[in-house]
Ligand binder design. Structure first.
Ligand code: MC0
Length: 140
């Protein structure tokens, strides 16, 4: 079902500061920046590698407000890994297959994600404490 790890999402308070840190430490390059109002984030994608089904990235996330998902996460847990996102060939199909196994879907239907992707989240309490995202990459 999963083709690859699409990205690891990192919650941060200051996006520009963390872009500088990750670029300097790991020689990563920012390939996309976006404000996603629906998800309440300002974000940057740092490219790691390309694979058959799409790329792999570090995603840096700064909240647009304190009551957004990432804003609440920062207040409760501080900066760090926020979610793991797996690449799937068809997000709606993956949602239905995983939903049938009793995992709570946080989205009723796929939403707009980074770089034109379609995404959906799974409840962390049903995935061993890991907020999990399904990503269908945009067609290249
Ligand atoms: C909350 N919890 C987490 C968590 N966030 N556990 C692991 N990882 C996280 N990131 C835990 C809390 O500690 C709590 O456990 C329980 O889940 C319920 O959390 P809550 O604080 O009571 O509830 P909320 O209101 O903060 O909701 C949490 C939930 C929400 C995960 C349902 O954040 C959500 O729907 N997230 C999906 C959307 C999202 O995260 N968007 C931002 C990234 P305890 O034990 O304390 O009860 S957008 C993005 O990434 C896009 C742009 C993209 O990739 O393209």
């Amino acid at each position: 079902m999963f083709m690859r790890i699409d990205h690891i999402g990192i919650a941060c308070r200051d996006l520009e500061e963390k872009i500088e840190l990750f670029s300097r430490l790991f020689d990563l390059e920012v390939v996309a920046r976006e404000v996603n109002e629906e998800q309440g984030v300002k974000e940057a994608m740092l490219h790691i590698a390309d694979g058959e089904g799409g790329g792999s990235y570090i995603q840096l996330l700064e909240p647009l407000s304190d009551d957004s998902p990432v804003g609440k996460f920062l207040a409760k847990r501080g900066e760090g890994v926020h979610h793991v996102a797996f690449g799937v060939p068809d997000v709606a199909d993956a949602m239905s297959k995983i939903g049938e196994k009793g995992v709570r879907l946080l989205d009723e239907r796929p939403r707009h994600g980074s770089m034109g992707s379609q995404i959906a989240f799974l409840h962390p309490k049903d995935v061993g404490g890991m907020l999990t995202e399904l990503v269908q990459a945009a067609k290249r």
